[in-house]
Design a protein around this ligand. Sequence first.
Ligand code: BGC
Length: 391
Amino acid sequence: MSRLTFPDGFVWGAATSSHQIEGGNVNNDWWAREHAPDAYTIEPSGDACDSYHRYPEDVAIVADLGLGSYRFSLEWSRIEPADGEFSRAARDHYRRMVDTCLQAGVVPNVSLNHFTVPRWFDEGGGWTAQDAADRFARFTEFVEPVVARDVPWVCTINEPNITACFANLAADTTFGGVGLPAPDLRIADGLTAAHHRAVEIVRSWGGPRVGWAVATQAYDALPGCEEQTARYAEPRETRFLHEATGDDWLGIQAYTRTFVGPDGPLPVAEGVETTLTGWEYFPDAVGVGLRTAAREVPGVPLLVTENGIATADDERRRAYTEGALRSVHAAVTDGIDVLGYYHWSLLDNFEWVAGYRPTFGLVAVDRSTFTRTVKPSARWLGGVARANALG
Ligand code: BGC
């Protein structure tokens, strides 16, 4: 097959999030949920990958692989442990992460929020509270020393659409179930307002390019079900894409596709390959997500901020990623402005409700020693990144 070269300056990287890798995030809403008497999470996050202490090792792996950028998130519950009470030490920790990246020649890409919020924020109404956007703005202003300089990419909020849907995740809904729960529209509104406030603040610093990242599901209508599909997608995806209008970039996160029939989303058909999250193995998902976004918010540059596969078979990870990159390249060839590609995830980490079983990592992590072991797929992806080309 012919060699596929990506545009000059295309960003390559790997992604993580604070709660999924740091460990010991006892002061956020997820820790509370994991330990509630009626917890529907499979297991608690515990020490995770101990990345709160081992981040220099993680950054060194990114550098060594030749993946030029590391996407990680700030843990709000550490930085503002109580309402209005800020920790300079926690803020310094994240600035050290940025500095560690810079020293290693790795470009930092920082999310201000990736699902978790401090307990006090959650208990005070979370994203539905009247002053939610003010509180997020106050936090954003406090982290200026972390991200205003030397961080070219700032994501305000990761997957607001999934946060809005997670709110209605009932105890009997497991990952791999059919479709997404209906979003809580008040949460969606709160997240949207918080995003716009944060964009304004980050813009005022004059440094980073700012956007947010939306989970796309490659909705595929059965014949005659186009309207039903659009109605299903609107509150779960489309409205969040539209809110990126005018932003510096829009993050696209894609893993699988969802067929929609007359009665809503359909389960994965019998005999079709699925991953450890129960999702259809569908590498083209990212290409579909890019095309959907380019149609819905024309003119906003796109950045693939997450794409990957939960599998115990690393050769399947390589094959999936190659297929995904082909679909990204095809989108670029068709004139879509794609700035880069981040693989989810750098590490095997805490997959929320599903615990540690779904392994998304390019790098394995021993759950008792925290030893990192680079997988062959990681070396392969590093080679693609160094060449800025596939094949
Ligand atoms: C999230 C990650 C998650 C991944 C795989 C995205 O929904 O941003 O936190 O681990 O997809 O489910």
